[in-house]
Design a protein around this ligand. Structure first.
Ligand SMILES: *Cc1c(COP(=O)(O)O)cnc(C)c1O
Length: 491
């Protein structure tokens, strides 16, 4: 072999050695299992200063191939000490990002297959499995039959609820343009003043210049009258109401907007009605939560994230549409190199016409692994356990003289304050987070802090919630002497 060719092939040969892949793969799975098994012994958030991680990395990329074992070693040396551990059993922050073992393996299988699902013909099973598991979910969650891909609508997997909502808003914009002849500069979007920031961002990216933030009631749920009034005011000014978003579980307190009331107004004024159920949507596997879906059959689109609370790892959001035509009209572009007989036959779904990106990972695989290995039963148990623990914690808080919930607990998020005031609430949050055993989020409503305990991390068990409660009690007792009594939540 020529010297030059040997020099070029030698480093590549090692990277394509399947025996080495097998061995390294096994050691990686062992590494992950060890990480998860020992996670509880670590602080939930590693103490890390900006630049700490990069300071451990070489200035330039390696010139010579390195052994896989040294890459694994650096997971321990460089990466793990620079993380907040979302899979830690003491993780009560934000919303959960469940990464069940089944989902992790599904992700690995998808990477191993290395296929791409832009067209049905580009890897038929990618599209058909995606259609199929999303149709399964329609039945599992009691959603409208018309949302199935076998009907007029259908579901698509996207990278996240932000992408799903952006996609819905772009479709809404085009429908509004078609219906009213309005320009995008005239358009308006409506959402709860507690709506997720992805709605503001989606409207901005869609070029819609105004988002009207609607008043909420004392449970932080939108008042339909507020929507009615906002639409009328905009119509009087010659503006074009394009879309309204209902929150089914706000990020702040999991408040649920009146989906039916909003849907009826949307239908009356011909607005696109999008439902953002990013977090709480997973609970719909259990029948007892489905009263929140009342009126959902009036929605044009709906998003929820299996990657939050349905045991599926990050990068898995569902967008359902009641009618796929307007979505396909907006997203469909057909360059000659993508033409093929199957697409021309009109018999297949080409997900590139549903999604912003052309190239699409095999997201349905991990969802399929999860649905099959947990079963509907397993998923229902998971939701019921988490919501039960949240309701027990709520009861403890309600019975505590110095703590008060600021919102109902319809799912598994408990939002509360210390009744001595903002400083005591912040001190309590600091006591929780400085323990290194638990991590909760402090958020604010109208300038006042409150503590969010979100129950649902993959490895959290009942006893972790009990230990968290013990810490809350101890820390609250220690603050008994706290100074001025002000309670901004009394209203
Ligand atoms: C988390 C969340 C989002 C954003 O989801 P991503 O998948 O991170 O984009 C949107 N809406 C609500 C209500 C959320 O809780």
């Amino acid at each position: 072999m020529a010297v030059v060719e040997q020099l070029v092939l030698e480093p590549l040969a090692a990277s394509l050695d399947l025996d080495a892949f097998r061995k390294n793969g096994h050691s990686l799975v062992d590494w992950i299992a060890d990480y998860l098994a020992t996670l509880e012994q670590r602080p939930v958030c590693e103490p890390t200063e900006p630049g700490d991680v990069r300071a451990k990395l070489p200035v330039s990329a390696p010139e010579r191939p390195e052994p896989f074992s040294s890459v694994l070693d650096d997971l321990d040396r460089v990466i793990v000490p620079g993380l907040a551990h979302w899979q830690h059993p003491g993780w009560f922050a934000y919303f959960p990002a469940m990464a069940s073992p089944a989902s992790v393996l599904g992700e690995l299988a998808a990477a191993g297959l290395g296929v791409q699902g832009m067209l049905w013909s580009s890897a038929p099973a990618v599209t058909e499995l995606e259609c199929h598991v999303l149709d399964w979910l329609v039945d599992l969650m009691g959603l409208p039959q018309s949302w199935k891909t076998t009907s007029a609508g259908g579901g698509v997997l996207t990278s996240g609820a932000s992408t799903s909502t952006l996609t819905a808003l772009i479709t809404a914009r085009e429908r509004c343009r078609g219906l009213t002849g309005a320009s995008v500069e005239q358009m308006a979007v409506y959402a709860s003043s507690h709506a997720h920031s992805s709605i503001e961002k989606g409207a901005r990216l869609a070029g819609i210049p105004r988002v009207r933030h609607l008043d909420v009631d004392r449970d932080f749920s939108v008042k339909p009258e507020a929507l009615d009034m906002a639409i009328s005011q905009d119509l009087e000014q010659g503006l074009a109401p394009a879309a309204v978003i209902s929150a089914l579980g706000t990020t702040g307190t999991t408040a649920v907007d009146p989906v039916r009331g909003i849907g009826e107004l949307a239908a009356h004024h011909q607005l696109w009605h999008h439902v953002d159920a990013a977090y709480a949507g997973s609970a719909m596997v259990c029948e007892e939560f489905r009263h929140h879906l009342d009126g959902v059959e009036l929605a044009d689109s709906y998003t929820f994230n299996p990657h939050k609370w349905l045991a599926t790892s990050i990068d898995c959001s569902v967008l359902w549409v009641a009618d796929r035509k307007p979505l396909n009209d907006v997203m469909g572009i057909e360059p000659p190199y993508l033409r093929n007989d199957a697409s021309d036959s009109g018999q297949v779904i080409d997900y590139r016409n549903w999604d912003i990106s052309l190239g699409r990972p095999f997201r349905a695989l991990k969802l399929w692994f999860v649905l099959r290995t947990l079963g509907a039963e397993g998923l229902r148990s998971l939701i019921r356990l988490h919501t039960q623990w949240a309701s027990d914690l709520s009861e403890r808080i309600d019975n505590h003289p110095r703590l008060r919930r600021i919102a109902p607990t319809p799912f598994a998020l408990v939002s509360f304050i210390h009744t001595d005031g903002d400083a005591s609430t912040r001190a309590l949050a600091a006591a929780i987070n400085d323990s290194n055993r638990f991590f909760a989020t402090v958020s604010e409503i109208e300038g006042h802090p409150y503590i969010r305990i979100s129950i649902g991390s993959t490895w959290t068990m009942r006893h972790h919630v009990d230990s968290l409660w013990e810490l809350i009690q101890e820390s609250t007792g220690a603050m008994e002497e706290a100074s001025e009594r002000e309670n901004p939540w009394e209203r």
